[in-house]
Design a binder for this molecule. Structure first.
Ligand code: HEC
Length: 165
């Protein structure tokens, strides 16, 4: 029995030692590098002329539909740290991440939508960029929603601060 098991495992190990896994990994790396693999859905292009144009000020007009969309995206991407009201007290902060300043501080109240789009695109200090997750049109929608939050004042959005999507 033991001999049979030993022979079986030797055959099994020998079968594994073909090097195919290694070759496959190399082949797939080359395929990706040559650009043969289609771009996965949801990928946000970076640095194309279309994207530069989409980021150029003044951006889209502020409409109720734009604000509604911006609010929805804000709750997903920004409220975890900035809080639903923009006070910098989202659930991520309560778990130890550096607290962002409140959007209602004098210094941030004067930011233009363009400057907010720039923070989303490039990040700022301890906030990393969201360019790979938030497409340009959504950045404008979020920026206008942040301005609306500021105009409405502190503590006007109902709902739990810890609400996550
Ligand atoms: C992971 C936590 C986190 C998320 C998510 C986040 N931020 Fe921030 N944000 C920060 C922190 C921390 C700062 C303060 C950065 C610093 O000064 O070091 C900040 C700062 C800012 C500022 C102020 C920049 C300034 O001039 O001081 C703006 C505006 C801002 N964030 C907008 C956004 C928007 C819009 C989103 C969503 C797309 C977002 N943030 C998502 C953590 C976050």
């Amino acid at each position: 029995m033991r001999l049979a098991a030993t022979i079986a495992s030797v055959i099994f190990l020998a079968a594994c030692d073909t090097g195919t896994e290694e070759r496959d990994a190399v082949a797939s790396t080359h395929t990706v590098q040559r650009g043969y693999v289609p771009v996965p859905p949801g990928t946000v292009p970076r640095g194309t002329s279309a994207q530069v144009a989409a980021l150029a000020p003044p951006g889209p007009e502020r409409t109720p539909a734009l604000l509604a969309h911006g609010g929805e995206r804000f709750k997903i991407f920004c409220s975890p740290c900035h809080g639903l009201n923009g006070r910098g007290d989202g659930p991520v902060v309560s778990r130890g991440f550096a607290p962002p300043p409140s959007y209602h501080d004098e210094r941030l109240r004067v930011l233009t939508p363009e400057q907010i789009v720039q923070v989303i695109t490039q990040g700022k200090g301890r906030m990393f960029p969201y360019a790979d997750r938030v497409p340009p049109a959504d950045r404008w929608a979020i920026a206008h929603y942040v301005k609306e939050l500021q105009e409405r004042g502190v503590g006007t959005v109902s709902g739990q601060e810890s609400a996550t999507p």
